[in-house]
Design a protein around this ligand. Structure first.
Ligand code: F6P
Ligand code: MG
Length: 450
């Protein structure tokens, strides 16, 4: 174990694209170019809607298109990471991280975690440097289109929700909690940047909410601390629960379902949704995505097919309640640039002390998704049985609040396996399948002490 830890030198060897055939390598040579190409198509479509007299907009758009092509080439040529050129409020911090920790590092030999974050920040730079395209979210159309495809589970959940929040004995509440926690977990499989590897049927299976299917899915949770989470939530009253959100669309819809259950059962009096500040990893939630999602749900023509009157009514009731939470302050939607830097989360206390202090007052922080998990555990090659509390580092594990990670496995890094578990899993699944396909998952919890 490396004890002289710094962002390009995590506790164990970092994942790097220099390792041919690795998932980091595959992302760098195959997946990122696809993501940039999709952005190029989106940009061209947006340009086609411009009028002839919108000359500046067109010029700026062309320069963004050129910039995206150049970025793709720069990655393919394995150039060194360069400093950012825009004046966004986080550029100084980014440049300081590059200068201090990634000086002369290249697209392949830097840590995959930092480089991948840097790629999304470089895309942001292109839009930042323009006037007209400042607020343009190049992934917006993809986020909305994918949400439209989730209509089956959206209506099922909306219809089922009233029975989940009615008064009931504590034993029954536990069963509801277990179902909802799993729905919230598997909602993370709906990640746009991974859709290239998953079939629509795979996604539908992972979005299933039926009891039997969820019971079957339990077999795919390789680290399972669900019981410990229940112990925490069982007696929680009028607490504060934070979500460090991941993806927009169906995933944030199920996060809202879980948040709603926390509020309706009085376990929480306040839920805080922590979002990204910029378009990030294709599908991540920015604050503006939440009202957009509400509007989609309230628009009877948004989803395909013909929902019944009851289904549409159930969804409307649900979403109006969510809107009222926002108005009353029971649901706070905020964002912070810390979530869009390239460092591991154990740097939170030093990098964003005020955010750290604020989060310390929360009763539970739920980190959603794969990237959040990678950042929690420093995205490195830990021995797989390393306890979760060791991997997140002392600043988050000690003297801080309780942390829960709900993550479907979409990258190599893994911790928290019981002895012999890896061998058991690998009797039926290849390493790539259980670590990276999104079909296996982790529910990792650390009880806080603050
Ligand atoms: O590009 C790889 C990656 O960082 C993986 O970790 C994961 O596949 C994806 O991007 C993001 O997933 P999530 O939306 O669950 O954080
Ligand atoms: Mg994401």
């Amino acid at each position: 174990m490396n004890t002289n830890i710094s962002p390009n030198h995590p506790p164990y060897p970092a994942y790097r694209a220099t390792e041919k055939g690795s998932f980091a390598w595959d992302s760098t040579v195959r997946r990122w170019p696809i993501i940039i190409d999709t952005a190029l198509v989106d940009m061209q479509k947006a340009m086609d809607t411009l009028q002839n007299d919108q000359v500046t907009q067109k010029e700026e758009g062309t320069s963004i298109i050129n910039g995206l092509n150049q970025l793709k080439q720069e990655i393919a040529d394995d150039k060194p990471l360069r400093l950012l050129k825009d004046n966004d409020s986080d550029s100084e911090t980014w440049n300081q991280h590059i200068t201090t920790h990634f000086n002369n590092v290249t697209w392949f030999n830097g840590s995959w975690l930092f480089n991948e974050c840097y790629m999304y920040r470089r895309i942001r730079e292109l839009y930042s440097l323009s006037n007209y395209w400042q607020d343009y979210d190049l992934f917006n159309n993809q986020k909305i289109a994918t949400f439209r495809g989730s209509h089956g589970s959206v209506f099922d959940l909306a219809t089922k929700m009233p029975t989940m929040i009615q008064p009931m004995e504590i034993e029954k509440q536990e069963l509801v909690f277990q179902e909802l926690l799993q729905v919230c977990l598997w909602g993370n499989a709906t990640d746009l940047s991974l859709l290239t590897n998953m079939t629509e049927d795979d996604i539908k299976r992972l979005q299933a909410i039926e009891k039997e299917k969820l019971a079957e899915q339990l077999n795919y949770i390789v680290v399972n601390h669900i019981d410990q989470v229940w112990k925490k939530l069982k007696h929680l009253e009028k607490g504060r629960v934070d979500f460090i959100l991941d993806n927009s669309g169906f995933e944030v819809f199920v996060d809202l379902i879980f948040a709603d259950w926390l509020l309706q059962t009085n376990r929480a009096s306040k839920v805080v949704f922590n979002c990204k500040t910029i378009p990030w990893f294709v599908s991540d939630v920015m604050p503006k995505d939440i009202p957009i999602l509400f509007d989609c749900c309230l628009n009877p023509d948004f989803f395909p097919g013909e929902p019944t009157k009851e289904q549409q009514q159930a969804l409307e009731t649900l979403v109006k309640r969510w809107q009222s939470y926002v108005h009353s302050g029971q649901l706070v939607i905020q964002s912070h640039s810390f979530w869009c830097n390239g460092l591991a989360y154990r740097t939170l206390r030093d990098e964003a002390p005020e955010l750290y202090q604020d989060l310390a007052t929360s009763d539970l922080i739920i980190f959603k998704g794969d990237l959040n998990f990678r950042k929690l555990v420093y995205d490195c090659q830990w021995p797989v049985t390393t306890p979760f509390h060791v991997a997140i580092g002392p600043s988050l594990a000690e003297g801080f609040t309780s942390i829960l990670s709900l993550r479907t496995n979409k990258a190599d890094t893994i911790v928290g396996l019981a002895d012999g578990k890896q061998e058991k899993i690998e009797a039926t699944a290849t390493p790539n399948e259980w670590r990276c396909s999104g079909k296996y998952a982790v529910v990792a919890y650390n009880e806080g002490s603050s």
